[in-house]
Design a protein around this ligand. Structure first.
Ligand code: AMP
Ligand code: ZN
Length: 470
């Protein structure tokens, strides 16, 4: 294939850079900050995972092998993102009347279902914070030995002023922060210091707490990503990514604690996806409890892949404004793309002729330019009308482009499903209706998952239950 170079915008230097691997590194060591599983993911969160999937697919398209790690935050993420407020997991448990462990498991599964519906490739490794408490404690111990920590009455803190480059990543105004000392620091020495370990309250037993050299408590949120990334990928990563909200606090803190503990660069590239907004000025908030989920889009009969297409039509570094009208348009475009693709389903071919290679090169130029997916979709649409291409070459090009776009364009259409598959789905739907009527929601959730694994997406609405093929 005729691939050009892959350039990615690296937040660390605020510029696009050619992506390559160091000579002795066989695969891309990529870490993406995952969800805090106290609620459903909203479609804003999902935009970030779609961007990361585009990144992963693009790296593979450019011939890199990728070891992709995504974490599940199931402890320690406080409502303020910094050191204050309640643990989001405990808030979620109170809201639902379930235990923190139950909601962690429930929302993790729901999150994975969403990713599957969006045709997001599963990471090489899923890891969760509560499985890596030992590694987090060891990392804090190392920081303590090197003199980067101090103790207050509520925890062990990172002394950010001992890391001279602390302000660089987010271009923080340290002088301004110093002079604006109006904020109540409590026992913290400086505004940007953050908790590595928090002590459990004296008067209350937390649902999640562990012994540590400093007393019973739980890890701060930031330390989990450094500890898991280093345990699973080594001390230096090639790519670390997340949403733009992570630049100022979370990723800045990850860099500080990782680089102070190892003395090495933590990640060579940092990539950040911009926010989805519900209207031109607002951002979505999971903690407010008012947000749109993928399920809500599906209830309105949108195909999850239409949301994927909607996300791909804007560059990942631009804000994207959500509206129902935009979703309608995305669905129309997806239907049109599927119609155009249908004649090529089942054809085998290779990208060989000069013309076909030219299309391949155009496409890889777009993706190579910091993942310009909207331009890449433009190339796909233009390629369809090129009469100099043989049909089997078009089929090969669709396959190649869709390995990056992930729109599942060459999926066999519905009518090709076997009668047995249909009968099985209908049987499970009946069982699920019975379970729902008996208010057995655990069983109905289990059956929904079973149906999903058969490729049938179930939708419940006030008018009853319907389903369709994924
Ligand atoms: P959380 O579950 O809140 O930790 O967030 C999971 C991911 O979603 C993080 O990478 C956030 O940066 C990202 N995120 C949060 N809100 C939005 C939004 N409105 N649009 C895009 N990404 C978001
Ligand atoms: Zn993280």
């Amino acid at each position: 294939m005729n691939k050009n170079a892959l350039h990615l915008y690296n937040t660390a230097i605020r510029a696009k850079e050619l992506f390559t691997l160091p000579p002795d590194v066989p695969e891309v060591r990529m870490y993406a900050c995952g969800p805090t599983v106290y609620h459903y993911a909203h479609i804003g969160n999902l935009r970030t995972y779609l961007f990361e999937d585009l990144l992963r697919r693009s790296l593979e398209y450019f011939g890199f092998k990728v070891r992709h790690v995504v974490n599940i935050t199931d402890v320690g993420h406080l409502t303020s993102d910094e050191n204050d407020g309640e643990d989001k997991m405990e808030v979620g448990a109170e809201r639902t009347g379930k235990s923190v462990w139950e909601i962690a498991e429930y929302y993790t599964e729901k999150f994975k279902d969403d990713l599957k519906l969006l045709n997001v490739l599963p990471p090489t490794v899923w890891c969760k914070a509560t499985d890596y408490i030992k590694e987090q404690i060891n990392l804090i111990k190392k920081l303590e030995e090197k003199g980067f920590t101090y103790r207050t009455s509520d925890g062990i803190y990172f002394d950010s002023m001992k890391f001279p480059r602390y302000a660089d990543f987010a271009r923080l105004d340290i002088i301004g922060l110093k002079s604006g000392a109006r904020i109540d620091l409590g026992e913290k020495k400086f505004a940007t210091d953050f908790a590595l370990w928090k002590f459990s309250p004296k008067d209350k037993k937390r649902a999640m707490e562990w012994e540590s050299p400093w007393g019973v408590g739980f890890p701060g949120w930031h330390i989990e990503c450094s500890a898991m990334a280093m345990a699973l990928l080594g001390e230096t990563l090639d790519i670390h990514c997340g949403g733009t909200d992570h630049i100022r606090v979370h990723h800045t803190n990850e860099i500080a604690q990782s680089e102070c503990s190892t003395g090495k660069q933590f990640s060579r590239f940092w990539l950040h996806g911009e926010f989805l907004r519900e209207s031109s000025s607002e951002k979505m908030s999971k903690s407010s409890g008012e947000f749109l989920t993928l399920g809500a889009l599906m209830e309105r009969r949108f195909d999850p892949i239409a949301y994927r297409l909607f996300s791909l039509t804007s560059h990942y570094r631009n804000y994207l404004n959500f509206s129902w009208e935009a979703m309608e348009n995305a669905q129309i475009s997806l239907n049109a793309l599927r119609k155009k693709t249908e004649p090529f389903i089942g054809l085998e071919g290779e990208v060989q002729s000069v013309d076909a290679r030219m299309w391949s090169s155009k496409f890889s130029n777009c993706i190579g330019d910091d993942l310009n997916s909207s331009a890449a979709i433009g190339v796909l649409n233009l390629m369809f009308v090129d009469t100099s291409l043989a049909n089997n070459e078009k089929a090969a090009l669709i396959k190649e482009f869709d390995s990056v776009l992930g729109l599942d364009l060459l999926r066999a259409p519905e009518k090709k499903r076997s009668a047995e598959e249909l009968a099985k789905v209908e049987e499970l739907i009946k069982e699920r209706n019975t379970a729902r009527a008996a208010k057995n929601f655990a069983e109905s959730d289990r059956l929904r998952d079973a149906l999903l694994s058969l490729g049938a997406v179930v939708k419940d609405s006030k008018d009853g239950t319907s389903w369709e093929w994924k």
